[in-house]
Design a protein around this ligand. Structure first.
Ligand code: SF4
Length: 347
């Protein structure tokens, strides 16, 4: 593999808890030793239940929050070693699309001003050239250039997310992180926005990190998948391999929960344990139907070459049943179109 565009090594972030008197009372172990690499021009999906640390990991990767330990390398450069000014300049190459387009756009700025802001900040177009670049970006995300004169509240949720995507693309980033970019939208427009993202990823050669709990969408646009549980990666590999032959019981259970499209696996019992005091040994052992004594005592290591899993029994578990859904093949757009057709209507 070429040198990855983004490389995370043993990243940790614990948020300290304090009582009313300011005394330390433990910490939320949001991200606890994550190592990942994202190859150029590929899509890595980070999946897991709410509270598993995936959004914190996305913000650590962009150095929007400071890690307690570990390194973040972008294009070979250690982001933690950059001065504030150098980091600001680097931000041009790395953008985040937020979940909630209602919160991510300033209601006091017209759409045009919001998209032009990063153009000005990073001096991307010569003075006077902003309006035409804004118009181009709006058209690129499927909106009319005249939208630049209007205000965010005049648009629907799906249109606002398109505006947020245009703003994220304004600086010409090489890496975009989408934090649940469709989950706040009406189901009726989710497919359109995912199709737009897939189109942009392909046409602009973006490197994209998709943070999502929606394995259905992930399966159809990701090249690689990392599954997070309680602050750690429990499985990582090529998306086709992970979906066809998941090794970790947690991944199998997540896939089983994709309605009508996943695999059969024992359901996960109970809630995610508290990240303040995660279980000893394998953190999944309190919910795992295969847990044995070793699992309660010793944390498993993420191992297995190109398809890694953190499970003591990964070589002893019965093979996962095959996916029920026919693989439509082809490029991302075709796979997405097939995914968003009602179940049972695929060609
Ligand atoms: Fe389950 Fe044990 Fe594997 Fe953890 S290590 S996932 S408890 S079988």
């Amino acid at each position: 593999m070429n040198e990855p565009l983004l490389e995370l090594r043993d990243l940790r972030k614990h948020f300290p808890l304090r009582d009313a008197l300011g005394r330390a009372r433990g910490a939320v172990r949001a991200v606890d030793g994550v190592s990942l690499a994202v190859a150029r021009g590929t899509v890595l999906a980070i999946v897991g239940e709410s509270g598993c640390g995936k959004s914190t990991l996305g913000r650590l990767a962009l150095r929007l929050i400071e890690p307690d330990a570990g390194s973040v390398r972008f294009d070979g450069e250690d982001l933690r070693a950059l001065s504030p000014a150098a980091l600001r300049a680097r931000r041009r190459d790395m953008q985040l699309i937020f979940q909630d387009p209602f919160a991510s756009l300033d209601p006091r700025m017209t759409v045009g001003a919001a998209i032009a802001e990063p153009l000005r900040l990073h001096r991307i177009v010569p003075r006077g050239g902003e309006a035409s670049r804004v118009a181009e970006l709006l058209e690129r995300v499927g909106l009319r250039p005249e939208s630049a004169q209007r205000w965010p509240h005049e648009f629907s949720g799906g249109q606002r997310q398109r505006i947020a995507i245009a703003r994220a693309l304004a600086s010409g980033p090489r890496l975009v992180i989408g934090d649940e970019p469709i989950s706040a939208l009406d189901v009726s427009v989710q497919a359109q926005v995912v199709n737009l993202l897939a189109d942009l990823i392909r046409d602009l050669g973006l490197t994209f990190v998709l943070i999502s709990h929606d394995l259905g969408v992930v399966r159809h646009i990701a090249d690689r998948v990392a599954v997070m549980y309680l602050g750690s990666i429990v499985e990582e590999g090529a998306a086709a391999t992970v979906f066809a032959a998941p090794r970790h019981p947690y991944t199998r259970a997540l896939l089983a929960a994709v309605p009508g499209r996943g695999i059969k696996a024992p359901p996960i019992e109970g809630d995610v344990p508290s990240p303040i005091a995660p279980p000893a040994g394998c953190r999944f052992h309190t919910r795992c139907p295969h847990a044995e004594a070793l699992c309660r005592e010793q944390p498993p290591i993420l191992a297995g070459g190109d398809h890694r899993a953190a499970c003591h029994l990964q070589d002893r578990l019965p093979p996962a049943p095959p996916l029920q859904e026919a693989e439509p093949g082809g490029d991302r757009l075709r796979r997405l179109q097939a995914f968003f057709q009602p179940a049972g209507t695929e060609a």
